[in-house]
Ligand binder design. Structure first.
Ligand code: X8Z
Ligand code: ZN
Length: 608
């Protein structure tokens, strides 16, 4: 579970100390009937102290492993993550003893957060808990060190293949890398199946039907209501997505030929400029309007201005500073990993950490000097500023209002990287006038709107898997059924029976829930809209940048500081004035593009 270590649950990670016996908190001897509200408070204090104590070395071990994947670091990471998760599970069980004790709201909320805090719950059987931790570490290592070898002498990392797929227009090369990367996940499947089975035993011991239910209980509403909430949000975006899909498919078909991209079928997944076909901004050139559009090329601008990795991060930091957030500490610059280290394996998937729950903030990335990665840097720093804002709350409140909030903050800021902002910081010379907006909006939609059904389908798959609703032989088939249903994309080739394509996406072997990104892609537009209002912007939503607005910064910080101390609906209200997640800000942002897309699609047959 500590795989959320990439930031969020670093301290809220998990585990048991070998010296902790079941009676350690002193509760074992007391009958529930005589437990008091004061007992509950003392219990939470002990939980906090013990988890903090073990969480710190566990975080450092995780960092050491993620930035240096080798056998020894895997052992230490697995051991400490096991200790922590077993400790958490033990306290989660104990928390239930207060179910009938009358306690104040704040205590009740912390007890509930303790019960549902794990992502992967270890069973009480020590051998099973150990096995669960080992599988977790091993899967992470397999993904992080994964490579595709064309032959004995020519191997490619995921970073290298992703960079090529972003710019390649050669279907053969794209298919080779697409297939190649999916060889890495074949050997993961057996371990994943075992992990699901052990984790479900642990979930049952905590009182949940299975891990799927555990994952769906974390949203301040009944677990069975939450999927309906997601369906509602998806329903709001779906017509727009289908217009975008229709246009992109038609243009790709024009470029590659109807035999490669048939006009009545899902789009082959290797042609969309991204290893997982999850965001499509890299094919902008193939689908852009015929009319010449001046859309800033940030990748080019970064190269022209000689930006290196550190300068990209400094530039992103300065945006947060302009809102009134304090600068990042010196240790951030000393201890972060900005580039792939030489001579050792590392987990390149970007992440943001707070190692000591104070100010030991860091990011871990293998930064590519592209506009896409400039956005990812803002995304990661959003995590760091959130972590810093809630660091003084009680341990169980140190996290985002709901998982989507953590993922949305940096993206919200990145929505303010408008042409006006780029000109202000000297990355471009002139601000394109409004006649170029369709180009800019199309580029953003290719990244953000195309992502939304992917953000949804990953956990539609996982919830079924984690609930034991489908058998391992059907895992891959279900994955592609959902890819088709939600995204309208298809595997370019028949998948072999041993393929485990979900394992080729970081969050599956890392056990990080994915609904967070679906939510974030809705929330970031709501946050952007609210902040633009607060900043007093009179521009159209897509031209608004909150750069330099201390008012917007203060309003954002007010929400971040709440951590998860209140239901997310309250955090939402604090910033936006409304308790609901809602996609109408997306409609407002992209309004001109929707009109344009519908016109392009007039004589086209859409759907798949
Ligand atoms: O995993 C991430 C971040 C780290 S929290 C880089 N993202 C998702 C992904 O890469 O699949 C950001 C967007 C979606
Ligand atoms: Zn993130």
């Amino acid at each position: 579970m500590n795989r959320i270590k990439h930031s969020i649950l670093v301290a809220v990670a998990i585990g048991l100390c070998a010296s902790c016996s079941p009676g350690d908190s002193g509760l074992a001897d007391k009958q529930a009937a005589i437990l008091t509200a004061q007992d509950a408070k003392s219990f939470l204090q002990k939980v906090e102290a013990d988890i903090e104590k073990l969480g710190k070395p566990a975080s450092h071990a995780s960092w050491a492993y993620a930035t240096n994947i080798n056998y020894d670091n895997a052992q230490v990471d697995a051991y400490l993550s096991e200790q922590l998760s077993v400790m958490w599970a033990k306290y989660a069980v104990e928390a239930a003893k207060f179910n009938k004790v009358s306690v104040d709201d704040d205590t009740r909320r912390q007890l509930e957060l303790l019960k549902s805090g794990l992502e992967v719950a270890p069973p009480a059987d020590p051998a099973k808990a150990e096995r669960l931790a080992t599988i977790g570490s091993d899967l992470a290592g397999m993904y992080g060190a994964g490579k595709y070898c064309r032959n004995e002498n020519e191997c490619f990392s995921l970073t290298e293949m992703s960079a090529e797929m972003a710019v390649s227009r050669d279907p053969e090369t794209m298919l080779e890398f697409w297939k190649g990367w999916r060889e890495v996940s074949v050997p993961m499947k057996e371990m994943f199946v075992e992990q699901v089975s052990i984790a479900n035993e642990g979930a049952v011991e905590l009182g949940y039907a299975n891990t799927s239910e555990l994952w769906r209980t974390k949203y301040d509403m009944p677990a069975d209501e939450f999927p309906k909430e997601l369906d509602r949000l998806w329903g709001q975006v779906q017509p727009f997505y289908e217009s975008l899909h229709c246009h992109v498919r038609a243009e790709l078909s024009e470029h590659y030929g109807e035999d490669v991209v048939p006009l009545d079928k899902p789009i082959p997944a290797h042609l969309l400029g991204n290893m997982w076909a999850q965001s499509w901004g890299n094919v902008y050139d193939l689908v852009k309007p015929e009319q010449e559009m001046n859309v800033p090329d940030v990748t080019l601008a970064l190269a022209e201005q000689n930006f290196d990795e550190i300068r990209m991060v400094k530039q992103a930091e300065s945006f947060f500073s302009s809102l009134g957030f304090a600068e990042l500490p010196d240790t951030f610059w000393e201890r972060s990993m900005f580039q792939k280290p030489q001579g050792r394996e590392a987990q390149c998937h970007a992440s943001a950490w707070n190692l000591d729950e104070k100010d030991d903030l860091r990011i871990k990335m293998c930064i590519q000097k592209t506009g896409e990665e400039f956005n990812v840097i803002h995304h990661e720093l959003g995590h760091n500023y959130y972590q810093r804002a809630y660091k003084d709350l009680p341990l169980l409140y140190r996290g985002s209002a709901n998982s989507g909030f953590h993922e949305a903050i940096g993206d919200t800021i990145a929505l303010s990287i408008t042409p006006t902002y780029l000109q202000q910081i000297g990355l471009i010379d002139e601000i394109p006038d409004e006649s170029n907006d369709i180009g800019m909006l199309l580029k953003v939609a290719l990244d953000k709107i195309a992502f939304i059904p992917f953000g949804l389908m990953v956990d539609q798959w996982r919830w079924q898997v984690l609930a034991g609703e489908i058998t391992p032989e059907k895992y891959n088939q279900l994955w592609w059924d959902l890819r088709k249903k939600y995204q309208g994309v298809a595997s370019p080739i028949e998948r072999s029976t041993n393929a485990f394509d979900p394992g080729a996406k970081y969050h599956v072997p890392a056990n990080v829930s994915y609904t967070r990104y679906f939510l974030a892609h809705i929330l970031q537009f709501q946050f952007h809209q609210a902040l633009c209002d607060i900043a007093g912007s009179e521009e159209a939503l897509h031209r608004c940048s909150i750069f330099g607005s201390k008012e917007a910064g203060t309003a954002l910080n007010d929400m971040l500081e709440m951590g998860k101390s209140r239901p997310w609906q309250e955090a939402m209200t604090t910033l936006t004035g409304s308790p609901d997640m809602d996609a109408s800000a997306i409609e407002a942002y992209f309004a001109p593009l929707k009109v344009w897309l519908d016109k392009q699609n007039e004589s086209r047959q859409c759907g798949w």
